[in-house]
Design a protein around this ligand. Structure first.
Ligand SMILES: NC(=O)c1ccc[n+]([C@@H]2O[C@H](COP(=O)([O-])OP(=O)(O)OC[C@H]3O[C@@H](n4cnc5c(N)ncnc54)[C@H](O)[C@@H]3O)[C@@H](O)[C@H]2O)c1
Ligand SMILES: O=C(O)[C@H](O)COP(=O)(O)O
Length: 524
């Protein structure tokens, strides 16, 4: 008998195939209610309420798969799952439409004061003049983050006669054209939008993307919406601009801390809120429950799963041989992604030497997952990297070459993006480790780890000294430094390593020097 624990509320219709399976025993109870039986379960199905922690994995000694009936897996410790050999799957697009519709409902409610008016009529008030609203028609809607949900919102906004402004640094031209939108800068969006809605993942780059400073750049009377993740709009910054009257109103489905007990935002009459309801429709819940049910059934039957977050696909023996290149490739993908903050159409990987004899498709997926990991909400790994790249309009290829560049093994990645290409070469030296040995046309040699700064500059006296001085003035200690150039007085590069991350003001200060062409900070 197989035992499945369903720990959060889920559509029974979606779960039906599991409930019908004679060889499967389904228990629908909270984790805390079955504390003494946790070791029995083979599969665990959750939404966002159950926290799937390292401690829980330790108790669920028979667990093989966790199914998340939804998108975000931030409530599941993926590293711990992988460590415990537990496969994690999710349902990435089952609630897209519901969340887009909820955002639209929030937008209409916000501009027409529907929740506030509803309360007064039910309190026997009939105050029509207090609730004069604003039309959506003809307004500019700024969408920050143009993935699945952002795209669905744009389709609906167009039908409402709205102008659409999009900011998504990773949006490809092809996809933008297909949906009929044009990508602008964040500043253009901020200064021109009447209404702004965020649909990015909550990551380092998007945490507080709307804050005291950026909201100050928006039109007076702007409306703001967050139906993605609490923290993308900085709550303190929003409160500041609600208090000074710059923001006309806000609609929030998500909060920095949920539930938002004693949150000052709840005191504003022009802030409307819902308790994380984006995915709460019969249809979305049926979709996500049915998707994870099917995946879990497939997995338990020994069939492949399609939306795995962390499924290992190699035998241990093969994995051991591949491991050094797997780690190198992942880092190379991550470096390239951080150096190419523009839409990318193509990633081409070339293998030379002994690495070319291994299962290179796995290494290619590792590189892609390193590349995509910095750009998308869901956890990307070797299993889902190809699918995600395809979904984002990024083609990828791998080639085995008989070139002999002098290295025992060599990985070369070429990335082609909007008006910009980037080439990175790396090697693994047995008993010595990973080395990056080439960037574009330059030869270099550094260990890819920690906090790095990549500077392109003119080969002139004083440039290195100026960089050293700026860093010294900020009390930043340089751990290692490599330089490379093609010819005397021509283009040159530096790669510096530090013990701590650098702040943006420092990189901007360095980038302002005439002889410095570009500065990119890389965190691995
Ligand atoms: N309220 C809810 O109940 C609910 C339901 C579903 C999803 N969500 C949340 O909505 C968000 C979006 O979901 P999705 O399915 O559309 O995800 P997605 O991965 O399809 O789209 C995210 C988009 O954000 C873009 N992005 C990444 N970094 C960015 C940056 N620095 N600036 C601007 N854009 C950036 C990506 O390029 C991508 O296009 C996620 O945070 C998800 O967890 C909330
Ligand atoms: O990430 C998601 O899918 C949404 O935030 C929905 O979460 P929920 O399943 O708890 O409603």
């Amino acid at each position: 008998m197989i035992h499945v624990l369903v720990s959060d509320s889920m559509s029974s219709e979606g779960l039906q195939p599991l409930l019908d399976a004679a060889h499967i025993n389904v228990v629908q109870k909270k984790v805390e209610e079955v504390d003494h039986e946790l070791h029995l379960f083979d599969a665990l199905l959750v939404r966002s309420a159950t926290k799937v922690t390292e401690e829980l994995f330790e108790k669920m000694t028979n667990l093989k798969i966790v199914g998340r009936a939804g998108v975000g897996v931030d409530n599941i410790d993926i590293e711990a799952a992988t460590k415990h050999g537990v496969v994690v799957i999710n349902a990435p697009n089952g609630n897209t439409i519901s969340t887009a519709e909820h955002t639209f409902a929030m937008m209409a409610s916000l501009l027409r004061h529907i929740p506030q008016a509803n309360v007064t009529v039910k309190s026997n008030e009939w105050n029509r003049s207090a609730f004069v609203g604003t039309e959506l028609y003809g307004k500019s809607l700024g969408i920050i983050g143009f993935g699945r949900i952002g795209g669905e919102i744009a389709k609906r906004a167009r039908v409402f006669g709205m102008n659409i402004l999009v900011f998504d640094p990773f949006l490809t031209k092809d996809r933008a054209e297909k949906i009929g939108v044009s990508n602008c800068t964040l500043d253009e969006l901020l200064t021109n939008a009447d209404i702004i809605t965020v649909h990015t993942p909550l990551i380092k780059e998007t945490r507080g993307i709307l804050n005291k400073e950026t909201i100050a750049k928006t039109k007076k009377g702007v409306y703001l919406l967050n139906c993605a993740r609490g923290g993308i709009i900085d709550e303190a910054g929003l409160i500041h601009h609600l208090e000074n009257g710059h923001v006309a109103g806000a609609a929030l489905d998500v909060f920095e801390v949920e539930p938002p007990v004693n949150n000052k935002l709840l005191k504003f009459d022009n802030v409307i809120v819902t308790p994380h309801l984006g995915a709460s429709t019969k249809e979305a819940q049926l979709n996500v429950a049915a998707q994870v049910t099917q995946e879990v059934l497939n997995f338990l039957d020994g069939k492949p799963v399609t939306s795995s977050i962390n499924l290992p696909t190699l035998t241990k023996e093969l994995f051991d041989k591949i491991q050094p290149f797997y780690h190198l490739a992942k880092k190379m993908g991550n470096i390239v992604s951080q150096c190419m903050k523009v839409p990318v159409q193509e990633v081409a990987i070339q293998y030379e030497g002994s690495v070319a004899e291994l299962e290179t498709s796995f290494i290619t997926k590792a590189l892609l997952s390193g590349f995509l990991g910095a750009r998308v909400d869901i956890t990307v790994n070797e299993v889902n990297a190809g699918m995600i790249a395809k979904e984002r309009g990024i083609s990828f290829s791998e080639k085995i070459t008989s070139n002999n560049s002098g290295y025992e093994n060599l990985l070369e990645v070429k990335v082609f993006g909007d008006n910009q290409n980037f080439v990175l070469r790396g090697t693994h030296v047995p008993h010595y480790g990973e080395r990056i040995v080439g960037i574009n046309d330059f030869n270099i040699d550094f260990y890819p780890t920690g906090h790095l700064l990549y500077i392109q500059h003119q080969d002139k006296p004083g440039v290195i000294g100026r960089v050293g001085k700026v860093l010294g003035d900020h009390e930043v200690n340089i751990a290692t430094m490599q330089v490379g150039r093609k010819e005397k007085g021509g283009e040159a590069i530096m790669m510096l390593a530090f013990d701590r991350p650098l702040d943006d003001t420092l990189t901007s200060q360095l980038a302002a020097y005439d002889d410095i062409v570009s500065v990119k900070s890389i965190d691995l």
